[in-house]
Design a protein around this ligand. Sequence first.
Ligand SMILES: C[S@@+](CC[C@H](N)C(=O)[O-])C[C@H]1O[C@@H](n2cnc3c(N)ncnc32)[C@H](O)[C@@H]1O
Length: 228
Amino acid sequence: MNWNPDEHYKNRQVANEYDRRRFSSMAGRIFNYLEKRKVTRCFASVPKDSRIADAPCGTGRLAEPLLQAGYRVHGLDISGEMLDVARRRLDRFGDRFTCEVRDVKTTRPSEPQFDAALCARVLMHFPLEQQIEFLSGVASVSRSTVVINHSLDSAYQRLRRQIKRWLGHQPSVNHPITNAQIKHLLRQSGLRQVRRYRLFSLVSEAVYIVAEPLRISAATRDGRIASK
Ligand SMILES: C[S@@+](CC[C@H](N)C(=O)[O-])C[C@H]1O[C@@H](n2cnc3c(N)ncnc32)[C@H](O)[C@@H]1O
């Protein structure tokens, strides 16, 4: 499929229809509801009122439950059109929600500007090398927790995808990854897995990973050694 996620969403109609096309069916509504709960749960150890970077923010779908949970959110996205939808949706949160157009793949600030970060529903659209560029950008803006979601490529999920193809369904993502590749992706992006969650593992590839920067793991380990 010749589909470029860096460009596809820079279109007003695509942006305005994003939520309705994906999440208005009964299954879509249930999945959306459970995913929002799962993502909020992934941030349970992050103090309320922390500033979370949502990268990419898209239409603010997942920024909304984080704002409702008491966090401040700054959305980053390469598409101004998607962010226009997010601004309208999240207007009621006033200055607790801010956003800016930014290419996350090339973002490397000298200091992290946010307490934590979310990276949802984007990595699986890129080949692994570009996933590393993207996630490195996300990791570079966060001082601590980074929550990502991905599509798991296991023997069971490959069989499920094959059956879906036989039934005439399009595979939903181009680049699901194996557990070994997840480890590689995290490490190359300067992260380490702390916890992971699944959502409907029999019928969905979705995996939610709570990660932390390797520099924090190293500092905790050194602190433990020093205090012995
Ligand atoms: C499928 S949407 C997901 C949005 C949101 N995280 C969600 O879960 O609803 C993917 C988003 O990634 C954004 N995107 C693609 N490439 C990007 C890049 N290089 N930098 C920042 N955002 C990018 C797109 O503009 C789009 O809004």
